[in-house]
Structures are given as C-alpha cells and as structure tokens.
Design a protein around this ligand. Structure first.
Ligand SMILES: [Cu+2]
Length: 676
C-alpha cells in the first residue's frame, strides 16, 4: 500500500496573524547558533565564526572542571571537609567579559540521591548552588565542595555536579547545561596516587560532549606529572564494577573493506569489542589513544547493549596492570534512543521534564510546530510532485528531513538535560506504559482531552493550539497498536533479517511514510486528535517518539546492507546530486542529495525554482547546543543525514571525514552484519 494516509483533519484552522506576530518573537529568541573551537589531538583550531546575514551567532561557554585542582580523577572524592575545585573557560577568546555560571547538583527533586554543597572560594557558606564568574583570560575560578556525612555515595560517580549558563541574556540560553562531572562522596580520604593519569574523551577537555553510543569514540590517556615520573605506566582499561552502562574498548576503530555488487569498495569501521584493554602510558607526557563505545552483545539471551540509565553511570576505570592500583575513574554515559515502553521511571521523567521546560518557554518550543507546519504546508523539503504537494507529502527527503528535525529538538532537550535522548514508540506493538497517565497520557473514550496525572510534567503543557494535547485513538491504546502490520520489522525484514519489501530507498521511504507512519498518525488522531494534522501534529509530544520510530526503522534498514551509510551511493539515497536547473523530473528542490533543506537553508521570500513561495524562515541556520558543537551542519542536506552514527566530533574515526550525527538506537549494532 503506497497511498498517503496522513490526512488533514476537518477541523484545521490556521491563524496567520498569530504566526506572523510570533515569528518575530521566535526569531529573536531562537536565532542563536555558533561555531567554536573544536579540539583535535594536539592542537586547538578555531573555526572562524561566519557572520551569516539575518542570524545572530551565539556562543556557549565551554567549561573544564577539576575536582581537587588536578586533571586526574584519582582524587575526585569529597568528604566532610572542603575539597578545592576549579573551573575555566576553554573558548575564553570568544568572550569580552567574565562569564557568570552556576554550579549545582544534577539530581531531580523527585529522585534525590547523594549530593554535595558548594561555595565560591570567596563566599562564607556552603549551599546547594554557587555562582562563579569565569575569567576571559582562561584562568581558573575556584570553588569548594563539601559532602554530607549522612548521605554518602553508594557507588563511584553517583554524585553528578553540573555547571549551567547564568548570563541574563539571551533568555533562551539561561540554565543551559555547560558541563557535568561525576564524583563520589566518601567518609574518608583515599590514599594519594603517584602517577597522575588524565583521560580525555572526544579530544576535548570539556566533558559536555562525553557521551557514547555504540560507535567508537576517540579518547586518549596522558601522564600529567611526567616531569617527576618519567617512566611509562602500564595500565588496564575496564568497566568499574559499579557501572550501569557498560563499555567496550579498542586500540583502533577496526577497519575492514567490504565488497558489494553495486558499491565497489566501501570501508567500514566497527565498534570496539574488548572488555578490558592494556595500554602503556608514555613517560614523556605524550598521549596513548584508544576508542570506547557502548557494549553490544550480538547473540544470545542478553543480545543488545547495556546502556546507561543516568548520566555518568558508565565509568571507565584505569588500573595498574600488575598491582591493580586505581589510577582513576571517569564517568561517562552510554546514551541511546530507547524503547519508550520500557524506560525506567527516572529516564522517563527526565525526558518529560526536559520537554516540559522547553515547552514552558513556549517561544522555544513553537518552532517545532511551525517548521513542520510550513515544511509541509508550503511544500518545501519533504514534498514530491509540485504543485500537488498540499495533498501529497511523499518525498525522498521525508526521511532525512525528519532525521534532522528530530535532532533539532533532541539537541534542545539535551541543552536542558544532556542525559536525555528521544525514546522511540514502537507503534507496531502495544505500548501501555507510553499511553499512561505518567507518560504520554491516555485517550479516554468520549473525550479528546488526554488523561494525564497532575504530577506529570506535561500536565501544564501549552502550545498555540491550547492547553493539553488531544487524541482520539481508534484502537485500544492499552492492548493494541495502530498499525495493521503487527511487526514492522518483519514487514520490511523477514524472520531471517532479509529485506523483503523495501528493497531500495525509494520503496522504503514510501512504505515508511505512507503506510507505517501514516497509520500511526491517523489511527492515534482519528478525527479530532492533533497528531493527525500536519500543521499541529508536533504539538502532541507523542509526535517525536512516533518519528523516532520511523527513523529507527530507516536506521535498521541502513544497517542491513553495504553502502547504505554512504550517501553518494544510490543504495543509500535517491535522487543523487542537486536539483536540476532548469528543473526536470518530479522530485522537489530540497529533495536531492546535495540540496540544502528548508528551513535551515535560510531561504525565504520568493524562490526562483519550481516553488515560488519559500516561507519565511526564522529558524535558520541549524542552532548548535554545547554538547553538539558542529555535529549537524548549519545548513543540512539529505547528504548530511544519511550516516547517523559516529559523531562528527570524532575526527579520527575511519578513512573518511566523519559524517555521523552521533546518536544510536538501542536495538541496532553499530557495524552491519557483513554476512547479509
Ligand atoms: Cu509524521
């Protein structure tokens, strides 16, 4: 069935006056984006800020933190006496006046745990927050941490502190998390460790990008006090016994060329597989590189990853090879997009909390509604066959456009809480925990008002369409799923994993948009629900989990054959190249591989190609958040959306310029099965 099922609701109204007036507000709040230094192994090079017409580039502070004023973590333990700490700006040259920040614990009020209190060194009293001004010469600002003897840690790194943006303007950036660090509250100091080892993830000394998926992340070790200890140190990397998220290690991102009938020689890189790794840290202070990723068990009862539940619960331990002395533990997170129906309560609530905070500043949420509306309404970027697009939104760019669109909101959510990733709603399975009063709410027959708990952060949900979000599912959302395909995996893939229907990209995207995703929208919205209507569907928070599942199925399809991560091959994406001039064929501008996609292409006003009315765009270029510097190009093309895996921050992975978007689903291995 290729028909497009995502129909307009009969109650659609569009208030152009409202949209026009709010656009100005949105432009002011959201036209932030920035380009900053990206550190490579040995040197930092600053990417010059491009002063784009009509865009204000906004710089977030990139912050390094040290507990006990050392680069090693062997002394990152806090007791009931004050521990000296310090923070500094990495991109200090960007700023012209000291940058005010706030330090606090990461705990949600509803999930209290071990915590610490803070004081700026100049202040007298310890408190739950401390204010600091970070100097623009890059020097350290001091603060102290103290633990609570009655509330000590259960495991290492179960106390996470965070430094947040505290500049008064722009308002949208306030409280953005600039960095996090894991530590431990003990009731006794630990013995001093002589060789001071530093571990650096992602090539940068700031930790805001220290998140791993199932892709290899570049890291290195270094002897800090090499001037007093000039001998090499033989160390073993491994998982700390208290870790929740489990990691794997490798000395290199393994590379294997793979032949294929239509792709001559694609070189792939694979995920690390070693549970421990022996390395020698040079005595001269130079680095020893390695790669880390989340564990993925490929067969057996425990098939799949062992992802994190909270930030910094995946802890890399560095010990001495012969004495097992601990040289340090570094908290990171195996952050994956997970099945929404099986999230743990705290994961679920962190996601809801971040969504709610974004929505509470409605001006910061509204673009998601408007971008989607106008992209569909004005037939840009995910439309085929102009000028009939108002009744047919099928387009080759449907998948890459929504991939970038989801990253747009995911990165805004991660600016609020970096431990959040958009969960996916498997709409081919019953999802009673999704349609629950404590999560996305329940549809109760006879009313379109979605039933949610008063304690649910979404209880105060508000969009331009009004308070709450309305559904009218025509299936029992506790027992049934909205798609006629009982198992989408087995529709696109048969039981042995072979693709049976979507044998090429064009067929895949038609099945996904028309049948699979269309049924999820239509049957959940039925007649009066907002999710059925393209200009309001992003007002229902379920939208993002629905589209994460669409994206996940594409990702699984990509993983099943060679070349589907390589955008320049037809097996990965069609149409290739750029929109032809003069126009020929049927695909819309914005759909060709190398076309920049609206709205991030900054096009507005009268277009000159087949579409003459690019909508106003207040949403361009693609904004950048602290943990995702340069992960998404500022004017993304379908080309940039094909490989979703390694972060572009990982410069050293693979033989190519890394083109990944840095996220991963929890049910798909990083390297595809070459046996298929
Ligand atoms: Cu959709």
């Amino acid at each position: 069935l290729m028909g497009f099922l995502f129909v307009q609701s009969s109650i659609t109204t569009k208030d152009y006056n409202m949209k026009t007036s709010t656009n100005l507000f949105v432009k002011r709040i959201l036209s932030y984006a920035f380009l900053v230094a990206v550190c490579s192994v040995c040197s930092c090079s600053t990417v010059p800020v491009t002063d784009e017409p009509g865009a204000d580039f906004r710089d977030y502070p990139l912050v390094e933190v040290e507990i006990n004023n050392t680069a090693t973590t062997a002394d990152d333990y806090v007791y009931t006496t004050a521990v000296p700490c310090r923070a500094r700006l990495i991109n200090n040259a960007t700023f012209t006046s000291p940058v005010p920040v706030r330090i606090r614990n990461y705990n949600l009020p509803t999930y209290p745990g071990p915590a610490v209190t803070f004081r700026a060194t100049s202040a007298a009293a310890f408190a739950a927050n401390a204010q600091l001004d970070l100097p623009i010469d890059g020097s350290w600002a001091s603060f102290d941490i103290i633990g609570d003897a009655s509330n000590v840690s259960v495991r290492d790194k179960d106390v996470v502190i965070e430094i947040i943006e505290n500049r008064s303007a722009p308002a949208a950036g306030k409280n953005v998390v600039l960095t996090r660090k894991g530590l431990m509250v003990t009731n006794a100091p630990l013995p001093a460790v002589t060789p001071q080892i530093e571990l650096v993830m992602n090539g940068s000394h700031y930790e805001i990008d220290d998140y791993v998926t199932l892709s290899p992340v570049y890291c290195y070790l270094r002897l800090v006090n090499h001037e007093s200890i000039s001998t090499p140190v033989n160390v073993r990397l491994g998982n700390y016994s208290g870790s929740v998220g489990i990691l794997r290690f490798a000395t290199e991102a393994l590379i294997a060329p793979t032949p294929h009938s239509t792709v001559s020689a694609v070189t792939v890189y694979k995920t690390p597989t070693n549970s421990t790794l022996d390395l020698t840290v040079p005595g001269d202070g130079s680095i020893v590189p390695f790669y880390v990723s989340g564990e993925y068990v490929s067969t057996g009862a425990s098939q799949g990853p062992t992802p994190s539940v909270k930030d910094k619960d995946a802890v890399i331990e560095v010990i001495d090879q012969s004495t097992s002395a601990v040289y340090g533990r570094w908290g990171t997170m195996v952050r994956l997009r997970k099945n929404a129906n099986t999230l743990q309560a705290e994961e679920r609530d962190r996601y809801l909390n971040a969504l709610s905070i974004l929505n509470a500043s409605f001006g910061a949420f509204e673009p998601f509604i408007n971008i989607h509306d106008e992209a569909a309404e004005y037939n840009h970027s995910f439309c085929l066959n102009p000028p009939v697009c108002s009744s047919n939104r099928q387009s080759p760019s449907f998948l890459p456009w929504h991939r970038i669109f989801l990253l747009r909101i995911e990165q805004d959510l991660q600016a609020i809480d970096p431990s959040v990733a958009i969960p996916y709603w498997r709409y081919d399975e019953p999802a009673p925990n999704v349609f629950h009063r404590d999560f996305m709410g329940r549809y109760v027959g006879g009313s379109t008002v979605t039933d949610i708990s008063s304690s649910n952060p979404l209880f105060s949900w508000y969009t331009g369409t009004g308070p709450d979000f309305r559904r009218s599912s025509n299936y029992d959302d506790q027992l049934e799923s909205p798609t006629i395909m009982t198992d989408i995996d087995h529709y696109i893939f048969n039981n042995s994993g072979t693709i049976v229907n979507a044998v090429n990209f064009n067929l895949l995207r038609q099945i996904l948009e028309g049948t699979s995703h269309g049924e999820a929208h239509n049957n959940t919205g039925a007649n009066a629900g907002w999710i059925v209507d393209f200009d309001r569907s992003p007002t229902d928070p379920l939208f993002y989990m629905l589209h994460a599942n669409v994206d996940r199925i594409w990702a699984k399809w990509q993983s099943r054959a060679v070349g589907r991560y390589e955008p320049e091959y037809n097996v990965a994406y069609t149409p290739q190249s750029s929109f032809p001039s003069p126009p020929t064929g049927t695909a819309h501008i914005g759909s060709y591989l190398l076309d920049e996609m609206w709205p991030w292409n900054e096009q507005h006003g009268g277009g000159t190609l087949t579409i003459t009315d690019w909508p106003l765009t207040s949403y361009a270029p693609f904004p950048i958040t602290p943990g995702n510097v340069l992960v998404v190009p500022i004017r993304p093309r379908p080309f940039d959306a094909i490989d979703y895996r390694n972060s572009r921050l990982n410069h050293d992975v693979g033989p190519f310029i890394n083109r990944g978007l840095g996220y991963h689903y929890d049910d798909e291995i990083f390297a595809f099965n070459t046996a298929l």
